[in-house]
Design a protein around this ligand. Structure first.
Ligand code: HEM
Ligand code: SF4
Ligand code: SF4
Length: 540
């Protein structure tokens, strides 16, 4: 069977749905290309936020270096920058170019990061926080860049100063027009330059603070790209700095209007519009777009799956779910019942995205447990463990022949839209405790199991692919028991656009399977690691 399926963004408003789908397609192509070029671990398209962080540090370090040689004064500013790019090009000049090009690249990676999160629909419900705090980041980054251009005090800086003054003059807070106060040869003072230097340092510091706030609701946020990737980016920036060093334009002269200036389109894209449309129109555009962006998490449709729930009698406060939750939604609190454990888990429903990863991590999540009402320490009300057990049993009844394959699929990956027999879908494959795979194979519900997740570098729930791999490798609790025959299990990491590869790998796996009706788990020690899992995993 080869069905064609594509990612179906959850947004229902048609124009947004179309935009998301198209963007997702573009990003998917980029991600696949980058995965092949760089390997999934180094894939830069999947690390845009991380790269933006790294670029911030490049800009900060090069900025501090430049500051050592920069003179704050109407005349001295220009000449000190010229000195850097001229006689001292080999250190200060290179740093200047790095400072500029890393800042430019930061705009690119930030905008791509925004578009990618949008295309993945990762801004709704409880994910609002990172999105909402991202909006001021755009403003702070732009203000940082614009004040930087102003400092050079060349013709471009003069243009930036004049247009910025026009923009700011629409607000009555400044009393007298800025253009008259500062931007005439008589008034332009060294003090004004000191103010600009202050702004150019203070605003990036606020940017850094907001960047830190931005990732506060994400557990184990990645803020550093892999070293090799960081090294490659730095090397590329140095190469561009040597090839096309950043230079100034002619010195500013407030008595003249510069004929022609080269604009930095990364930061000053909208400045020509301020002249063409007028300051008010540009403000309306900027504030309007920012407001819509900031409000997006609360625009309909409102769809919120119920948060994970703790079942206290089954929770021993082992901390695994706290460790595995990608959104900092669980914490341990003092025990409130008489069980002999010091802690119990507590879910903050406002932070939970209902990925189910916690259910997959809980030692009590075992389908083998012979309880009438199968419950686990932490369950997902929308698809509790008991239902998962029922679903795999029901899926098994649709499988026939000697190559019966059951698919445990993430709804965000290529398997998510599989309409074949024997497919059970989940919000994330890491929601499936490894004991479910043991259950399927040892109860002979299938001859083989395919765990089909998102693409390797783009896990919708951030950490699901990583945790699943570690559990299967015996590196993370709850691990996949050694008795599970590995030749009967395969993983397929594929995006919703890679259905062809998904189907081909699934078919190849099925074809290579030995019929397992007679398969019996090998007797003997079960544990993949010495000591094994002694917490509360129930025995079959
Ligand atoms: C200076 C600019 C920015 C930096 C340095 C930055 C950095 C980051 C980092 C490091 C992460 C965590 C990645 C991870 O470990 O999974 C992240 C997540 C996120 N960012 Fe940004 N970001 C920036 C701007 C923005 C903007 C402008 C938006 C959108 C308005 C945005 C939206 C998001 C969202 C929605 C997430 C969370 C994704 C999830 O729920 O998994 N970011 N960002
Ligand atoms: S379902 Fe569990 S792991 Fe996922 S966000 Fe909610 S509490 Fe965290
Ligand atoms: S993983 Fe399960 S037992 Fe451990 S703290 Fe979380 S809910 Fe409790």
């Amino acid at each position: 069977m080869n069905t064609t399926r594509t990612a179906e963004p959850r947004n229902d408003w048609p124009p947004l749905r179309v935009a998301k789908k198209a963007l997702r397609r573009v990003f998917d192509l980029l991600e696949r290309g980058a995965e092949r070029l760089f390997t999934p671990a180094l894939n830069p398209v999947a690390q845009l936020g991380t790269i933006t962080f790294f670029l911030f540090w490049v800009v900060a370090v090069s900025g501090v270096y430049l500051f050592l040689f920069f003179d704050t004064g109407v005349v001295d500013a220009y000449s000190s920058v010229e000195w850097m790019s001229g006689a001292h090009w080999y250190h200060a000049g290179i740093m200047r170019s790095l400072h500029r090009y890393a800042s430019d690249l930061m705009v690119v990676t930030m905008v791509l990061h925004l578009l990618r999160e949008f295309s993945l629909d990762r801004y709704r419900g409880t994910r609002w926080f990172s999105w909402f705090t991202g909006v001021p980041l755009i403003w702070f980054l732009y203000v940082s860049g614009i004040t930087g251009y102003w400092l050079v005090w060349d013709e471009l800086a003069q243009y930036v100063a004049v247009v910025s003054a026009k923009l700011l003059d629409v607000f009555p807070v400044f009393g007298e027009p800025l253009a008259r106060n500062f931007l005439t040869p008589e008034h332009l003072s060294d003090r004004f330059f000191s103010l600009l230097v202050f702004l150019h340092i203070a605003v990036p510091l606020i940017l850094l603070l907001v960047m830190w706030i931005h990732i506060q609701r994400i557990s184990r946020p990645k803020t550093n790209p892999p070293r090799l990737l960081a090294g490659l980016i730095l090397a590329a920036l140095v190469a561009v700095a040597l090839w096309r060093p950043a230079v100034s334009q002619g010195p500013a002269d407030l008595t003249k209007v510069p004929d022609e200036i080269g604009i930095d389109w990364f930061y000053l894209l909208l400045y020509p519009l301020a002249e063409d449309w007028g300051a008010w129109s540009l403000w309306v555009l900027l504030i309007g777009v920012s407001t819509i962006l900031a409000a997006m998490p609360w625009l309909p449709p409102f769809r919120r799956a119920p948060a994970a729930e703790i079942d206290l009698p089954n929770c021993n406060g082992c901390n695994r779910c706290v460790e595995d939750c990608p959104y900092e939604a669980i914490r341990l609190v003092p025990r409130t019942d008489d069980e002999p454990f010091p802690h119990q888990a507590e879910v903050d429903a406002d932070l939970c995205v209902s990925c189910g990863i916690c259910m997959g991590s809980c030692p009590s999540s075992s389908p083998f447990r012979r309880q009438q009402d199968l419950k686990t320490g932490i369950d997902l009300p929308g698809q509790p463990l008991r239902q998962v057990r029922d679903e795999v049993v029901a899926a098994s009844s649709g499988l026939h022949g000697d190559h019966r394959v059951m698919v445990l699929a993430c709804e965000h990956g290529a398997g998510g839209g599989d309409v074949g027999n024997g497919v059970v879908t989940f919000p994330c494959v890491a929601m499936v405790p490894p004991s479910v795979i043991d259950f399927i194979l040892s109860k002979d519900l299938a001859d083989g199991v395919v765990v089909a997740g998102c693409s390797e570098s783009t896990c919708y729930n951030r950490l699901g692919v990583e945790w699943t791999k570690q559990r299967f490798a015996g590196e993370r609790d709850p691990y996949l028991r050694r008795r599970v025959p590995r030749e009967r299990l395969t993983t397929i990491w594929a995006s919703p656009f890679e259905t062809g590869r998904y189907e081909a790998e699934k078919a190849a796996f099925a074809a290579g399977l030995e019929p397992s009706a007679k398969h019996k788990p090998a007797a003997g020690p079960d544990d993949a690691r010495p000591g094994g899992d002694k917490t509360m995993e129930a025995q079959p």
